[in-house]
Design a protein around this ligand. Structure first.
Ligand code: LLP
Length: 869
């Protein structure tokens, strides 16, 4: 082995936006410093995010953008989607254009050839071969970039370094890759730094196959083990393992140190991070695993090793797995019958189902099936149930979620967990298991309860945790440091530049929402200037302040209203408004409201058959739009996902035939179809999916000329979230329009137009220390802004009076309302707050004041417009 002569470090990248040149620049810096330590870096990189989806389109059939009408491969489209992002990256990294082209062009030609044979031949392995070009393109550019930075680097094809075991197939579920023979010798002969693709191995014919699941990090882990590396590093867009899910819990704390066993358990029970399979190869050879954050390479990260700080039994994380199906089996005769359990388990294995956990009693056996390990569909379940019925009375409980408390020695601290366990009071717990390895305690509950429970459990377990050798800063705290750094430069958020005016307003008005005209104008312009919408309706529910409406009216937008009072409000603010700029989209409204909407001349949307059946006179001879359930809800929280079988919105597509007959009977014409999947969506393709769905349904309605894709455009809410890619949204809908010229395209955003234009200002009234925590109390709370309490929403908070001072205070920011949930921000870092300081709660322009109340008879914050400077 090489270890005597060379000390290797494997530098892998997990999930990170490698299309951003800054990420590769950070990596170059890291590699230099590893070389200075006397280590030889082996750099293992995945693809640019989203490339795999582009490449999937090769197999997308007739609708694929990569297929020509004749069924061939559209090379031009492929070059645009696949090669252009790499060209752009190479140029941003400063590579000369001819050099970039000489790297990309041959791969593109190869990709085209591979795609043609793949599409024609559909041979096994074709997909993996096409998809592998994503990693190939990126790693070759990275190697060239490192060389251009004076780092001697060689690209090595992963197919030659890692082998797929025989019989693994092209997409094996789980297999352990093998090193190519003479791996160490081969690498030693190369320049100092070696760059290769993550997640790829060479198949028996030398062609690429994918390492699944968990490909990217698995490559790094195995390569480190085979080379007996000094350590394995995995860099990504978070700094490592946390006490909970970052999307749900901005207050989750970084784990600075974890044992191999704990890390593996956290990952296996659904904690955020790579696939748990990364751990065993490293554990076997006692190779430390360092996680790090590409945004802040010098900042703290997680170290997984056997040498961490010695701690007693302790819960380290709350992990969740959703989408779990339980099968409960009732039987009276279970213990009398020899082999009952064996018989039951045999049935599961006959259907290829692997059981995750089991609980038994005298009369019941309940097992859980994890969706990541099982291809569960109705057919398989149906067949299983029919078989089980011969042995017992089976029942399916789904969807459920498994919540696990993870940490070493849990059994020893059960008595300390009693306040935590009280959270489950009044809650149906379907299954409780305590792992034999004493590393987790798991509760299975209904899935729609899981977000709420996880937040409660996390807050009970870690709410008062302070930083120490094991627990690092909170995820949100890591960004607030940045916020303070950004305070030095006035170009950031609009409110930094207008601090003095805001402080004066807060002094004069007390708690107040302030809206910035310029930010409103810019947001309206960004949607309109996409040029793909015939009409943009502002969704009034997000913010109904007359000054806000006036800016959006001036920008030419229409108004989407969900109630007659909203319609009346708009009509009174703009007395002569053209009726076609009003759209009525209610849910469970009474007849009189539809009647009034027609009187005002608004477009009217129905979302059930009831209005046509029960109130024919309202609709006779009228034009209507129909809200259809697109079947799949999306959005930032379960409460705001407004589609799917479980939601109260929209007409089930199955009932559209009947609706058509009812409308025809009344001489009413269905002129538009509408769908709204949810709110706070940041996946730019969502609206195209909705448009395609509606266009298909519209085939049954000859009069339909309008497709309304709803609202829901998200803004970054939590630390680390990027913005919605508006350009891509526009582009995807431009394609839709080109293919469907028959329709006008409408959209109805609320949040996107107003969220960032508004801030909430509130003065500090008291500061207190209790139970090791500091509480900063402000003059208004959930009565003004309920989103943190209702959705666990995150709003950035700064001490506006002390903007620019170091954020050395760690505190919960709370309001004066008589509920524990009256918290505006948990574990926030602030410049030390004192009575009278003004705190600014950002991102408050949408669903702030409109959702406020007089709870405790405290008036909510007022509202003010900040005119253009
Ligand atoms: N269209 C319809 C039919 C809607 O129901 C909604 C929002 C919108 C458009 C506008 O959605 P937006 O673009 O604002 O996401 N209170 C929650 C949001 C609830 C949204 C309800 N419907 C929050 O604070 O996040």
């Amino acid at each position: 082995m090489s270890s005597e002569t060379f000390r290797w470090v494997v530098v892998g990248v997990g999930t990170a936006d490698l299309a951003d040149p800054e990420r590769l620049r950070s990596l170059a810096g890291l590699i230099r410093s590893r070389s200075r330590e006397g280590l030889r870096p082996l750099v293992v990189l995945p693809a640019i995010p989203g490339m795999a989806e582009h490449l999937w389109e090769v197999f997308g059939g007739g609708r694929s953008k990569f297929r020509t009408a004749a069924g061939g491969v559209n090379l031009h489209a492929m070059s645009h989607s696949v090669a252009d992002p790499h060209r752009r990256l190479a140029i941003l990294l400063g590579l000369p254009v001819p050099e970039a082209e000489s790297l990309i062009a041959p791969d593109l030609t190869d990709l085209a050839k591979t795609s043609v044979t793949a599409v024609l031949g559909r041979h096994p392995g074709a997909r993996a071969q096409v998809m592998s070009f994503a990693e190939r393109l990126l790693t070759r550019i990275a190697a060239a970039f490192f060389n251009s930075e004076g780092i001697p680097a060689a690209w090595q094809d992963a197919c030659a370094l890692v082998r797929a075991p025989k019989g693994g197939g092209s997409r094996p579920r789980i297999w352990e890759p093998l090193p190519a023979e003479g791996l160490a010798r081969r690498l030693e002969a190369l320049p100092r730094v070696v760059v290769t693709q993550a997640g790829i191995a060479g198949g028996p014919d030398g062609k690429p196959v994918r390492i699944e699941p968990g490909g990217s990090e698995i490559s790094a882990s195995y390569l480190a083990a085979w080379l007996r590396a000094e350590r394995c590093e995995i860099w990504g867009d978070t700094p490592g393992l946390f006490t909970g899910d970052l999307a749900l819990l901005p207050s989750a704390r970084l784990l600075r140190a974890a044992g191999y066993d704990e890390a593996q358990e956290i990952l296996a029970t659904g904690g955020p991070g790579p696939h748990p399979r990364v751990i065993p190869p490293l554990r076997h050879h006692r190779i430390p695993l360092h996680f790090g954050w590409l945004r802040h390479p010098a900042g703290p990260g997680t170290v997984v090793s056997s040498a961490g700080p010695v701690t007693g039994p302790q819960v380290k994380a709350v992990a969740v797995r959703t989408g779990i199906t339980l099968i409960s089996m009732e039987t009276l005769g279970m213990w009398q019958e020899v082999g009952f359990l064996a018989g039951v388990f045999a049935r599961f294995s006959e259907h290829g189902l692997s059981i995750d956990s089991v609980s038994t009693s005298e009369t019941n056996v309940t097992v859980s099936l994890d969706p990541t390990a099982n291809a569960l569909n109705e057919k398989v379940l149906g067949a299983l149930l029919r078989d089980l019925e011969k042995l017992c009375e089976p029942r399916v409980i789904a969807p459920t979620a498994a919540l696990s408390l993870v940490g070493r020695g849990i059994r020893g601290i059960l008595h300390e967990l009693s306040p935590v366990l009280e959270v489950f009071e009044e809650m149906k717990v379907h299954l409780v298991t305590q792992a034999a390895n004493d590393l987790n305690l798991t509760f299975v509950v209904d899935e729609d309860q899981s977000d709420r429970l996880v937040k409660q459990l996390h807050s009970l377990l870690f709410g008062n945790q302070t930083e120490n050798a094991v627990f690092g800063p909170t995820w949100a705290g890591m960004f607030e440091d940045e916020e303070i750094e950004a305070a030095a430069e006035p170009e950031g958020d609009w409110w930094r530049a207008r601090r003095d005016e805001l402080l004066a307003l807060a002094a004069e008005r007390g708690p107040v929402y302030v809206y910035d005209e310029e930010t409103l104008d810019r947001a309206a312009d960004s949607v309109r200037s996409l040029g793909v919408f015939d009409r943009v309706f502002y969704s009034v529910k997000a913010n109904a302040h007359a000054g806000v409406l006036a800016r959006l009216e001036a920008a030419g937008l229409g108004f989407e209203c969900v109630s007659a009072p909203e319609l009346e409000h708009v009509a009174s603010v703009f007395p002569g408004i053209e009726p076609a700029r009003l759209l009525f989209t209610p849910n469970f409204a009474p007849a009189a409201e539809y009647h009034r909407a027609y009187e005002l001349g608004a477009w009217v949307t129905i979302d059930s058959l009831h209005p046509l059946r029960a109130w024919p006179d309202v609709f006779r001879g009228r034009e209507i739009l129909v809200r259809v359930d697109p079947g799949r809800g999306r959005g930032h929280h379960a409460h705001v996902r407004t589609a799917g079988a479980q939601s109260k919105f929209g007409v089930d597509p199955e009932n559209l035939g009947e609706l058509r007959e009812l409308a025809a009977g009344l001489g009413a014409r269905v002129v538009g179809l509408h769908a709204h999947s949810g709110s706070g969506i940041r996946n730019s393709r969502s609206w195209r999916e909705v448009a395609l769905f509606l266009a298909e349904e519209a085939e049954r309605f000859p009069d339909v000329r309008v497709i309304d894709v709803g609202g829901g455009l998200g803004v970054p809410e939590q630390p680390g979230q990027g913005p919605l890619d508006l350009e891509e949204l526009g582009e995807s809908l431009r394609l839709f329009r080109a293919a469907n010229p028959r329709f006008e395209l409408w959209i109805e955003p609320g949040r996107f137009l107003v969220a960032q234009a508004g801030v909430l200002l509130a003065r500090v009234v008291q500061v207190k220390r209790k139970g090791g925590m500091t509480y900063v109390g402000v003059e208004t709370g959930m009565n003004s802004l309920i989103r943190p309490a209702l959705y666990g929403a995150y709003h950035p908070i700064v001490n506006l009076s002390r903007l620019g001072e170091p954020a050395t205070m760690l505190a919960h920011v709370v309001g004066p309302i008589c509920e524990t949930g009256d918290i505006l921000g948990r574990s926030r870092r602030l410049a030390p707050a004192q009575e009278g300081d003004v705190l600014l709660i950002a991102n408050g322009g949408a669903y702030g004041r409109v959702m406020s109340s007089r709870y405790n008879l405290r008036e909510p914050a007022g509202e003010a417009m900040l005119p253009s400077a």
